[in-house]
Write a protein that binds this ligand. Sequence first.
Ligand SMILES: [Zn+2]
Ligand SMILES: [Zn+2]
Length: 531
Amino acid sequence: MVDPHPRTPWSLVRRSLESQGLAHGRDAELLERLRRSDHDEIGQVYRRLPAGARALLRHGQHALRHRLADEDLLLEIDLERHLSEGLVDEVLSSDVSDLAAVPLGRAWMQARQARKEIAAAAGAPTAWHLVGGLRRTDPLSPDVALLAVTEEPEAWTRRAADALAHEVVVVAGTRALAIAADPEPIVVHAVTPSASPTSLVWYTGPRAHVRAMRTHASALGLTLTRDALFDRQAPVRLADEAELYDRLGLAFIPVELRDRPDVIARAARGDLPSLVDVGDIQGDLHLHTVYSDGRDSVAGMVHAARALGYRYVAITDHSPSARAARVLTLDRIAEQADEIAEVRTLVPEITILHGVECDITEDGGLDLPDHVLERFDIVLASMHEGHGHDPDRLLERYQRVLRHPLVNVITHPANRSPGRQPGYDLAFDRLFEEAARTGTAVEIDGAPGHLDLDAPLAERAAAIGAPILIDSDCHMADRLGRQMRFGVGLARRAGLTRQQVLNTRDLDTIRDFVASKRAGRAWSAPPGVGR
Ligand SMILES: [Zn+2]
Ligand SMILES: [Zn+2]
């Protein structure tokens, strides 16, 4: 991207707006004009920008147009003083469905990088929070947004904008920055500590939830704004987000459930599930090492798992026919077994299971013979091939492999990839029924390239009674925790409790789960698992 004035992209935008009489965000005339203008008119303003600024904005132009029309408008001005309640509602109800969506993994990396750069430029705020889709573990986030809590939001924002203006800042309001990124700008909001409880709800969204919260507050004679909850004119003192819900007579609503239309009514009745938490996870049963396409050694992965406080872990590299960079050959399986035995003596605090991620063949078999599979402590079965396959055939293959006594887990069952592949379109209920019947687990895979099963399917699986595992499917030791967090986030979006997730249980339960199926006896699931 070539910018003839690369030093000050935002000042170019600013100057261009000024030349068109659209100078100051606080200017009432600008507000009126933006309020009345439709997106096309704002688009025309952009089209009249200097070439350099336009080039810089090219990637994020569509999104920025929307943002100027809504969130940045809210940011640029002092809401309570300048905007009518009607306009706030209008903005909150505007459609964001046509914005670009950012896959979770990328959103997470971008947010982390932005946080680092901004803290280096403007000083670290008192606290950072992920907000928007990122906080809600949205596999395709409609935004990438951060909340910085600081005693001086305006000064902090100005410092950050000045320090970053020469390279990345494209829009700066008084208490927010938008940083150019593809496909969506990263938006950073700055608020004071006293405004953080309401701001967290506001920016975590989704908008429909904020709107419903405002309606709920008004019914109680209160006014919920971004910066405070008002009782008549006086702001209510709130220690944190939980206290805000409490003050509104609601149980705390976990962020992953806030996109559910009935969630406020349920919170008012005290009828929300107690969701599984990262701290409940006792072990990770799907991860890769240098024996297949992982980056780290067995010891490296085990140490990382130990650092997360897990009691057990399964090393599950790819079988021979997987299209991975490296795969397990028969020799390598024996070699890996020896290495695992060695690491067991080095890290006795954690139990290491030797497992495998075995590809499902064309006819619903496995690409390793039974006498080899028997030597593993746990067997994961996977389909990795492309899409467009006949759904009935896919289901038949799954059903056949589920009946195999050595198969314990179906990994990433839909084989989808957020933003790239929608996944298999098959009769999942029948897959889940067979998993429940045969005592086989279906997986919620937290790898950013999978995020599968996602909420609606995981919810169906639990309702049908299929045992559910949450795994990281991690290929790098330093991402083990993050990917498990993503997996747990998906399970929470599905409304799953700790009891419904198999790997919140101890190792004996896992061993019994595997042994029962191998012995052909019905698995006596602990209460809650598989219903
Ligand atoms: Zn896989
Ligand atoms: Zn894997």
